[in-house]
Design a protein around this ligand. Structure first.
Ligand SMILES: *Cc1c(COP(=O)(O)O)cnc(C)c1O
Length: 222
């Protein structure tokens, strides 16, 4: 992991300039790799499978801030509700309602991001602009006491075409800003989570303030 720590520190320096938060995406990687970055100072880690997240969290220091970045099934919310730091991929009102319910049960207010569909790929999840508006209006009305909507998350197309990636990120930034204006009661709406190993520089240039980086830190996944 010595090389990885160097890469980690380089990325941190880049992100410092724009005050961007780094989520180290540790999915499929062993606990030892997480410990190495933890010892270098990293506290925010991202996982996308519930079982894997629970297993790892049980073995690791409790001051790690766990981000759930995958597609969350309603029947699994209860397993992560007691400790998850931020849920990035909320893409329906019914999922939000379930997170609220589980938050209530464990007496926590759970921070969430709404996932917006910005890619030109069928395989990706997320809300369109209309669905986003609908959810934000509902949340602003105050029915969810145990949820705090912190912002938006999105994934660009998996493509070499930099200008396409850029226009997808620009679109999400635009949505983010217009939501902030329109839903001023949501005062905690401050996070724009976009950018991965291959496109985080473009994402930052487009106004991201939270990037989710895996393979660049931990090596490629098989
Ligand atoms: C896996 C994953 C990442 C990190 O991907 P890398 O290309 O390895 O940086 C970021 N966000 C989400 C939602 C992911 O599933």
């Amino acid at each position: 992991m010595a090389a990885a720590i160097e890469v980690y520190q380089q990325i941190l320096q880049e992100l410092n300039v724009t005050n961007t938060t780094l989520i180290a995406v540790s999915k499929t990687k062993p606990v030892e790799d997480i410990v190495a970055l933890y010892n270098a100072g990293q506290r925010d880690f991202g996982e996308n499978y519930v079982q894997e997240l629970i297993d790892k969290a049980a073995l690791l220091p409790t001051d790690i801030q766990w981000h759930f970045i995958g597609h969350l099934q309603k029947n699994k919310v209860k397993y992560i509700a007691p400790f998850v730091y931020l849920i990035h991929g909320v893409d329906s009102l019914s999922l939000l309602a379930e997170i609220n319910k589980q938050g209530l049960k464990c007496n926590r207010v759970i921070d969430c991001l709404l996932q917006v569909y910005i890619a030109k790929e069928e395989t990706k999840f997320g809300l369109n602009a209309e669905e986003l508006t609908e959810i934000l209006s509902t949340v602003q009305s105050g029915i969810f006491s145990n949820i705090r909507l912190k912002g938006l998350m999105g994934m660009a197309s998996f493509t070499e075409n930099q200008s396409q990636i850029k226009s997808e990120f620009q679109y999400l930034k635009h949505l983010f800003e217009s939501c902030k204006k329109k839903y001023q009661k949501l005062s905690d709406f401050t996070i724009l989570s976009m950018g991965m190993s291959s496109d985080y520089k473009i994402a930052i240039a487009c106004g991201s303030n939270m990037v989710r980086i895996g393979s660049l830190l931990f090596g490629s996944r098989s």
